[in-house]
Design a protein around this ligand. Structure first.
Ligand code: NDP
Ligand code: GDR
Length: 359
């Protein structure tokens, strides 16, 4: 009998990678998807088109993290061995605009899943993975951050995720549930949402190189993130639920890089060397040299500018994870480095923005 997984947030970046990963492991995969007036399954449509046929191993159910009755009905129908709770309003900046909604979906949504398992008497059967985040560290109290570093959330998103983190720990301790937090640092891919900074950069740099856009406007270029690849990180999610005991794990690369440097790497992919001058809101990025025969811009042209609107009311300046526990206990380490990640994202976006179909 194949194992059965239920993924909330299956239409998102991680949901898509995880669904494919679990299907390849022989799982039957069920996903929760929101009703939308437009198609919102672009990231997982290819899973239906698998030429080898999935023999009825992939199913979608309508649902919403705000709707407890609906979640209970879906969990009861699926009776999963593993639930991966990835659904969230996941954009930190937007959470300042929608704090109550974010608390409801990201915080109470997790409670609804845990309580659903309890009400249905599935505690012995169903393991839970909770998508926790490096944003919990916020105003960092020590570096690098480990499973024991104190939290100091800096956004409505992170505060909601703090509740989700602790309610997961509480259900583990109170009811003996196999419930774990993966404290994942930023992870990206060619299917990252277009408003997160990495994908915003690779899309814009592709459009600038192809003469379709003049300039890339960004917020704070000084912040540093520990960026990995989503494909590597979904493997860690699965490994966390395969352990003998339920525990929480930091998943990170152990390398932190400035947003400004990510911009440089993306432009370097199309042969352009950038120089930056000015500070804060006055900072600008210029083309210093062009080395690629296909992509030529005038030397000295301004291609990056800072726009206040992308600054957050309170920022997380610096994140750096220590993945030592995951290395030791899960045998996990990332396969991608930042250069490999930027290369893959740039190659994909150059194809997408130039209008050729991918794959
Ligand atoms: P995405 O934003 O790409 O995906 C979020 C998913 O949640 C989408 O499927 C979205 O549906 C769904 N969703 C949002 N609101 C609801 C709701 N009310 N009811 C049901 N589903 C909903 O995020 P990622 O894939 O990048 O991240 C996955 C999880 O991991 C999130 O919880 C995120 O907070 C967390 N995380 C992400 C990290 C990262 O760097 N990517 C790092 C650490 C944690 P729709 O497609 O319809 O919008
Ligand atoms: P983050 O990711 O907030 O770390 O949350 P994001 O890519 O949005 O921001 C990273 C850093 O870049 C700075 N920045 C900009 N960010 C965006 N989105 N747009 C800009 O124009 C811009 N300019 C500079 C930000 O200020 C920030 O410092 C992501 C999400 O996936 C969360 O769900 C997840 O929990 C964390 O990663 C770990």
């Amino acid at each position: 009998m194949s194992k059965v997984a239920l993924i909330t947030g299956i239409t998102g970046q991680d949901g898509a990678y995880l669904a494919e990963f679990l299907l390849n492991k022989g799982y039957t995969v069920h996903g929760l998807k929101r009703r939308s007036s437009l198609f919102n399954t672009e990231r997982i449509d290819h899973l239906y088109e698998d030429p080898h046929e999935l023999n009825g191993r992939f199913f979608l159910h309508y649902g919403d993290m705000n709707d407890a009755a609906n979640l209970i009905r879906v969990i009861d129908k699926v009776r999963p061995d593993e639930i991966y709770n990835l659904a969230a309003m996941s954009h930190v900046h937007i959470s300042f605009e929608m704090p109550e909604y974010t608390a409801n979906v990201d915080g109470l949504g997790t409670l609804r899943i845990l309580e659903g398992i309890r009400i249905l008497g599935l505690i012995e059967r169903t393991k839970v993975y909770q998508a926790s985040t490096s944003e919990l560290y916020g105003l960092v109290q020590e570096s690098p951050q480990t499973e024991n570093t104190p939290f100091y959330p800096r956004s409505p998103y992170a505060v909601a995720k703090l509740y989700a983190y602790w309610i997961t720990v509480n259900y583990r301790e109170a009811y003996g549930m196999f419930a774990c937090n993966g404290i994942l640092f930023n992870h990206e891919s060619p299917i990252r949402g277009e408003t997160f900074v990495t994908r915003k950069i690779t899309r814009a740099v592709s459009r600038i190189a192809l003469g379709m856009q003049d300039k890339l406007y960004l917020g704070n270029l000084n912040t540093k993130r520990d960026w990995g690849h989503a494909g590597d990180y979904v493997e860690a999610m699965w490994l966390i639920l395969q352990q003998a005991e339920p525990e929480d794990f930091v998943i990170a690369t152990g390398i932190s890089t400035e947003v400004r440097e990510f911009v440089r790497l993306a432009f370097a992919h199309v042969g352009m060397e950038l120089a930056f001058n000015g500070e804060g809101e006055e900072e600008r990025g210029y083309v210093k040299a062009c080395h690629h025969p296909d992509y030529q811009l005038e030397i000295g042209r301004e291609v990056v500018a800072v726009d206040r609107r992308y600054f957050r009311p309170s920022e997380v300046d610096f994140l750096l994870g220590n993945p030592q526990k995951a290395k030791q206990k899960l045998g996990w380490s990332p396969k991608y480095d930042l250069q490999g990640l930027v290369k893959e994202m740039m190659e994909s976006d150059l194809i997408i923005v130039s209008g050729f179909s991918v794959g």
